[in-house]
Write a protein that binds this ligand. Structure first.
Ligand SMILES: [Zn+2]
Length: 375
């Protein structure tokens, strides 16, 4: 590539991660680097070992809990900008989880935005996604297939409430498996807490505390071994637990319970079957197909790089719609997909565990993988 053109690139793909050449820093790098800008605290985006971290203020709690209280961390509010080696850097709401941010880079009147993970529908637990005008947009595409269309928040929570209510009336606990960071707090915030008590797994409660400390209103939650939590109470309760709790001895206390799984992958019947649960609620912290397109169009970008998920399909769709689009090789996974990754194919099962707050969860790296196929 001619030097002139190369100079214009504010982000390139390097073996360590997405790299900003003029600023000499990385965005969500997967190998240890000197300077890392972190879009959010899910473990496939926020890794240990960097010398310096820059992230949103609301990510500080989860980052320090996961990576150590002594990390060299600088934080920014949304919209606050710093200048680094001639690059103006600012963070903007991504609507994915608490503290999630898109990274805006500006240099010589050129603007690039790296989205990290994002979702477009507001969920009440973090500031909603904000389209940031740019020349070049770097997008995820976890659910970048036309089959992925999420129910609205209202429809989703009406379904979850009805399921919980019916179980409570039948005298059995409603165990809902969900990712401990982000998904669990969204469920807590959205359900009708008047139906019964809410019991959470030990992996979930520390994240609740981070959300509450950030001012997010969540209903009261109990731990299974709290005083007063007995068989009668459990029979009416909603239980939130990470996927790793499924089949573990921790589940025995609930006796004859109904179970369900909350994930975007629940749109596929095969995934639900493999999970072996009674119900699947289609719920994701990532944008669905219309959401991705809306977000990309909202930036006004002429060039789009696609980092993870259904890269090929999204690149083709964008190209057909007149945009300059290409894939970026990254090592980002999907926090929804902790346990289906090895068994599912067809582009839906990629991704690795990112169970923040779940001590049992390993965080293996995925080999570089940039694209999915149509299932
Ligand atoms: Zn994420």
């Amino acid at each position: 590539m001619p030097a002139q053109q190369e100079e214009d690139l504010l982000v390139v793909a390097r073996p360590e991660g997405l790299y900003c050449p003029p600023g000499d820093f990385y965005i969500d790098p997967w190998r240890p680097v000197a300077r890392a800008v972190i879009t959010h605290a899910h473990s496939d985006h926020a890794r240990a070992g960097h010398a310096h971290y820059l992230a949103h203020t609301d990510s500080a709690g989860t980052l320090r809990a996961r990576l150590g209280s002594d990390i060299d961390l600088q934080t920014l509010a949304y919209g606050e900008a710093i200048e680094h080696r001639g690059v103006r850097v600012s963070l903007h709401p991504a609507g994915h989880v608490l503290g999630s941010a898109q990274v805006r880079l500006e240099r010589r009147a050129r603007v690039w935005v790296a989205s990290g993970d994002y979702k477009t529908e507001p969920d009440g637990t973090c500031p909603p996604f904000e389209p940031v005008p740019c020349d070049t947009f770097i997008t995820e595409s976890t659910f970048g297939l036309p089959i992925y269309r999420w129910p609205t928040q209202a429809v989703l929570f009406a379904e979850i409430d009805a399921w919980w209510r019916a179980n409570a009336q039948a005298g059995r606990a409603s165990v809902l498996f969900c990712y401990a960071f982000g998904k669990a707090q969204r469920i807590l915030h959205g359900v009708d807490a008047s139906i019964g008590p809410i019991v959470v797994h030990g992996a979930v409660e520390p994240l609740n505390a981070v959300y509450r400390a950030a001012g997010v209103s969540l209903p009261p939650t109990l731990r299974a071994d709290d005083e007063g939590v007995d068989a009668a109470l459990l029979k009416r309760s909603l239980v939130l637990a990470p996927p790793s709790a499924q089949g573990s001895p921790w589940m025995r206390r609930f006796g004859n319970y109904a179970d369900a799984f909350a994930s975007g992958w629940m749109q596929l019947r095969g995934t639900r079957r493999r999970r072996g649960v009674d119900r699947g609620f289609v719920m994701s912290d990532h944008a669905d197909w219309p959401g991705l397109q809306q977000a990309i169009a909202g930036t006004g970008a002429e060039r789009v790089f696609v980092t993870h998920g259904s890269v090929q399909v999204m690149v083709r769709w964008l190209t057909e719609n007149g945009l300059d689009a290409q894939g970026f090789k990254t090592e980002y996974g999907d926090e929804d997909d902790q346990e289906t990754s090895s068994s599912s194919g067809g582009g839906v099962g990629r991704g690795q565990a990112a169970l923040d707050g779940d001590a049992e969860s390993p965080h293996p790296s995925l080999p570089p993988e940039g694209e999915g196929e149509i299932p």
